[in-house]
Write a protein that binds this ligand. Structure first.
Ligand SMILES: [Zn+2]
Length: 268
């Protein structure tokens, strides 16, 4: 008796039972204990997913609130054109680390390519992790970042001294929005579990007009402050006249600058 060809043996990470995946199968449910696992090249790991709580309408609402908020350019919700909305389960590497004191913490790393690296800052309450289900396959993006690459990253992270006690793949539900603003394309994601909006690059509130108003105010008041000094050269009376000019012009100047600042904050 001899085996036809050497095969890689996969064992359930929960119960150690032999797993017999079909050719190319990556997501598997253990027939012995019912654990859901992901077959990485190097290891079998747990496979979880987070259930969405937001439908597309609510995700659009979350995006609109973020666009009308303080981070983005004024009235972005009205000025941007929504080009595309897609829903996907995005894969994250989910590392449970334990420090010397036995304290656990979770570190996340994208398990597929994404331009929105903020996704690794997501909060995943342990109670939200559910066993992965086959019915999600059509919407779930397969991991393309191998475990070893993610582990290497984790070892170089600030938490490198801590030991990784468990690795898992988590599929998180995300709405991906593509939108345009002033001829430029942007992307944003909405976490369909928490409603949090994630974006790396977006039309930000411009700083330059504010700096201009601030600079203008400094120059105007510095200029006005020289009147009493100049007046001083003509004796005490000159100082008084200088102060008079300074105050007389200072108040309308202050009002003008405040009006300009208000105008800028309306427009920007
Ligand atoms: Zn098992």
């Amino acid at each position: 008796m001899s085996e036809a060809k050497p095969t890689t043996r996969f064992q359930c990470t929960q119960c150690g039972g032999d797993l017999k995946p079909d050719q190319g199968q990556l997501f598997l449910t253990c027939p012995f204990c019912g654990s859901t696992v992901y077959l990485d090249k190097s290891k079998v790991v747990f496979h979880w997913y987070v259930a969405p709580t937001l439908d597309e309408a609510k995700a659009r609402g979350a995006l609109a609130r973020w666009m009308s908020g303080n981070d983005t350019v004024k009235d972005l919700d009205k000025k941007a054109t929504l080009d595309k909305v897609t829903f996907r389960y995005f894969p994250l590497w989910h590392f449970k680390q334990k420090d010397a004191g036995g304290k656990e913490r979770i570190v996340l790393y994208p398990a597929a390519a994404t331009s929105i690296t903020e996704v690794a800052q997501m909060q995943l309450p342990p109670g939200d992790l559910r066993k992965y289900e086959d019915r999600l396959d059509n919407d779930a993006e397969p991991p393309t970042v191998p475990l070893e690459a993610a582990l290497e990253w984790a070892e170089h992270s600030p938490a490198h001294k801590e030991t990784i006690v468990e690795s898992a793949v988590v599929h998180v539900p995300l709405y991906r929005f593509k939108y345009s603003y002033e001829g430029q394309g942007y992307a944003a994601m909405v976490d369909a579990a928490s409603g949090k909006v994630m974006a790396n690059i977006y039309p930000e509130k411009a700083e330059t007009p504010y700096q201009f108003v601030g600079g203008l105010a400094a120059i105007v008041f510095l200029g006005l402050a020289t009147f009493p000094i100049l007046g001083g050269f003509f004796g005490d009376g000159g100082t008084g006249i200088g102060f008079g000019i300074c105050t007389g012009l200072g108040i309308p100047a202050a009002l003008a600058i405040m009006a300009l600042a208000a105008y800028v904050s309306q427009k920007v």
